[in-house]
Design a protein around this ligand. Structure first.
Ligand code: ATP
Length: 325
């Protein structure tokens, strides 16, 4: 009930009477009073005025109730777990995947002590500033399609940042979301396969929201939403928008069997497009000009001989020849 009260208070500009809340939820006045008291204890500022009722003032308190009050998707984030701190949200989701957690279960943390990126790299996850989450999925498509989910998520995150701020978030193939050519989001997809079938897939996402300082080694290529936007943004609203976008994008992807429905949208956001790139293939690096992606999520790169090669994300990174993009 706390999350529902929060949602009602947030959506109303005026006071909501205790009586109205009682009848909405079919509970007593003292139950409403108790719930409001608990929200205040969590840090919400709720004004209570006699004969008028309750009104939410002040900022959101990022946490379980805030997210529950916002996320009303059918499955993406319908089951939600929030942790003040954890090693890695991918780890939590994988453990839950081994059990009976449902498709769409969402694991969110306010800090990760061992956040990870692709190929064993680390993801800086300081406390309080940013969004770290992993969504668990139980798809029934073939395992080789799972890596495309990373591109689906990159599309959803870029769309969510655009919706919230109006800024031109872009994508660096395959899995980084950028603002002004710097990374604001990284995505790590991992799966468990049993006899040719996907047991579960987890897609972990870190979005730099409020961080203003980054460690030396990533300073030149990392930024945050607020650093570029110049104003505070709501982490709750951003995560809500990501869940709404991802539910829509994932369902379209599954219905089509590949990235066809997202192709145009993804390619529009792709910052590599038309730019010279260096393909960091472990079998040998080469340079070419990036086009868009195909429906399997491979990046089409024209090499020096004028041939178009489709490169698969698994083992390959691309870099701009003058910088990160
Ligand atoms: P590449 O750029 O080679 O394609 P990647 O996209 O596979 O790398 P990820 O796995 O998404 O990389 O992220 C890990 C890398 O991101 C780290 O090696 C580091 O350079 C950088 N990084 C780590 N933490 C952050 C952060 N909070 N914000 C931005 N970049 C970060």
């Amino acid at each position: 009930m706390k999350a529902e009260i929060l949602a009602l208070l947030r959506e109303s500009d005026d006071y909501i009477s205790g009586q109205e809340l009682c009848s909405r939820f079919g509970v007593t006045r003292s139950a409403v009073w108790k719930a409001v008291g608990q929200l205040k204890k969590e840090g919400y500022e709720i004004e209570a005025v006699q004969n008028r009722g309750y009104k939410l003032v002040g900022a959101e308190v990022y946490g379980e109730n805030e997210l529950r009050s916002r996320i009303h998707t059918a499955w993406a984030g319908a089951e939600l777990h929030f942790y003040r701190t954890t090693g890695s949200t991918n780890l939590l989701a994988k453990q839950a995947g081994e059990g009976d957690a449902p498709h769409g279960a969402l694991f969110v943390a306010d800090e990760q002590t061992a956040g990870r990126g692709r190929r064993g790299r680390s993801w800086q996850s300081p406390q309080g500033a940013n969004i770290y989450f992993t969504i668990l999925m139980r798809p029934d498509f073939a395992p080789e399609r799972a890596s495309m989910l990373t591109l689906v998520m990159a599309h959803s995150v870029a769309c969510a940042i655009r919706r919230l701020t109006g800024m031109e978030a872009g994508i660096k193939w395959p899995n980084d979301v950028l603002l002004e050519d710097k990374k604001v989001c990284g995505i790590l997809t991992e799966m468990s396969v049993e006899r040719e079938y996907i047991h579960y897939v987890v897609c972990g996402v870190g979005i730099n929201v409020a961080s203003q300082e980054f460690p030396e080694e990533i300073r030149d290529r990392a930024t945050s939403v607020e650093a570029v936007y110049g104003q505070a943004v709501s982490k709750g609203a951003l995560l809500q928008y990501v869940m709404e976008a991802f539910e829509r994008d994932y369902d379209a992807f599954v219905a089509a069997g590949d990235l066809t429905p997202l192709l145009e949208g993804y390619n529009k956001l792709l910052v590599n497009r038309g730019r010279k790139v260096r393909v960091l293939d472990p079998r040998g690096e080469w340079e070419g000009t990036a086009g868009g992606i195909n429906s399997r999520g491979e990046l089409l790169v024209e090499n020096a001989a004028g041939e178009i090669q489709a490169i698969y994300a698994g083992e390959v990174s691309v870099r701009g020849i003058y910088g990160y993009v």
